[in-house]
Design a protein around this ligand. Sequence first.
Ligand SMILES: O=C(O)C1=C[C@@H](OP(=O)(O)O)[C@@H](O)[C@H](O)C1
Ligand SMILES: C=C(OP(=O)(O)O)C(=O)O
Length: 432
Amino acid sequence: MAEQFHYKGGLINGKVKVPGDKSISHRAVMLASIADGETVIDRFLHSEDCRRTIEAFKSLGVHISENGEQVKVLGKGVNSLRQPNTTLDMGNSGTTTRLLIGLLSALPFNTHLNGDESLINRPMGRVLNPLTEMGAQFFPMKDENKLPLQVKGGQLQPITYRLPVDSAQVKSSILLAGLLTNGTTTVIENNPTRDHTEKMLSAFGGSVEVDGQHIKVSGKQSLKSTNITVPGDQSSAAFWIAVAVITPGSHLILEEVGVNSTRMGLVNVLKRMGANINVSVERYIGDEPVGTIEVAYSELIPTTITEQEIPSMVDEIPLLALIATQTKGEMKINHIKELRYKETDRIEATVSILQNLGATVFSSEDQIVVKGPTQLKGGSVQSENDHRMAMMAVIASIISDEPVTIDETDCINVSYPTFFEDMRLIMKEIEL
Ligand SMILES: O=C(O)C1=C[C@@H](OP(=O)(O)O)[C@@H](O)[C@H](O)C1
Ligand SMILES: C=C(OP(=O)(O)O)C(=O)O
C-alpha cells in the first residue's frame, strides 16, 4: 500500500542502537546448526531474511528456539542434518540461498529450494559453477542457474577458485562446502569482501587461513557451540549516518554497532568527502569489532571511489547516491555493476527514485553520476519491493520540501523491522 512521508523540520538528534547484523545473524544460525552443543545467539536480527535461515535449518532437523532477541540452536554436528520433507522457502534472501547451497552441496541428500519473485530472478550460477566443479549436482526447475532448483549433494573434491565477482556470498558458499570436504579448499578474492564467515568459523573453534587474497579452509573440522552477541548492523546504521550528514543541525550517536573494516566503505568515503564522523572501537565480540559512531551534519565535497572499496559498501551505494544529491559538484560512483543483481536492479531503482524527486542523476552500465546540490522536491517513487530502496526513499523524504509517496514499504521487514521505531526516536516531527 502506498504511503506518504513528509518531515516538517526540527532537529535530528539522539542515540540509536540499530538491530543485529543480518550477515552475522545468518552465519551464526548456520554454524551453530552444524556445531556440537547449544549455541545461544543474543541480539539476533528477527527480520524476514533471517527467519528464512531459521526455518531452513529447522526443516533440516535442527532444534532452534526463540525468545525475544535470543535464539538457541541445539547443534548435533553436520551429520545430524536430514533431508527436508518440503521445499525450502528462501523468501527474498540471497544470503540464505547462496550459503545454504554451499552446505547442502556436501550433504548426502536432495533438497528443493524456491524463493520469491525477486529471488528467482537472481543469478545462482556464481555458486553453482564452483560447487559443480567440486562435484555437487543441480537441477534447476525452470531457468538455468536460477531458483527453483534441486540440490543433489554428496562427497565433494576440494578446489582452488578465483572469484569472478567480488562476492562474500560466493566466497562463503565455497568455504562452507570446503569445510565439509576432505582436503584444503582455497578461495582467491580480487578485492576484500565481508569476512564474517571467516571470523564466525574461528568463534566456533574452526580455523581459516588467510594469506593475502587466498582464503583456505581445511575440511572435516569439528565445530563447538559458543555464545554470540550479534553486533549492530552497519548497513542499517548507514541510513542514520546518511540522514545526519545531509540534514543541517543533525547530531547522532550510533551505539553498539559493528565496525568490521570490510563493512566500513560508506563511513570511509564520507570521511574523505569531509564528513564529521568519529568511529571508536569499544570491544570485540569474538573477532568482530563493535563500537560507537558519532556523526553530524557536514558540508561535503565529491570524491573518487575505487573498485576495491565497493564490496565494503555494496548495500550502501543507493544511500551514497542520495548523499551526492546534497554535495556540491559532480560525483561519479563507478564499478557498481553488482547492484544490478540485488533484490532489484538498484542502479535503475536509485536513478528512478532520485530523478522523480528532482535530482540530476544518470547511469550507465556500471556507474551512477550525480550532480548536486539539489533541493529535493517530493513526488511519487517506487521501491520495487526492495527493502534498501524503500528505506533510501524514506530518508530522501526527510530532506524533500514536499511529501514523498512510496508505493510499498512493507519490504523493509526483510532487513530492518524496527526502522520506523528507530526513526521516531531521533525525529519527533515526522508525519506518516
Ligand atoms: O554475505 C553477505 O552476508 C552479503 C553479501 C553481499 O552480497 P554479495 O556477496 O552478493 O556481494 C551483500 O550485498 C548482502 O546484503 C549480504
Ligand atoms: C543484497 C542484500 O541481501 P541478500 O543478497 O541476502 O538478499 C541486501 O540485504 O541488501
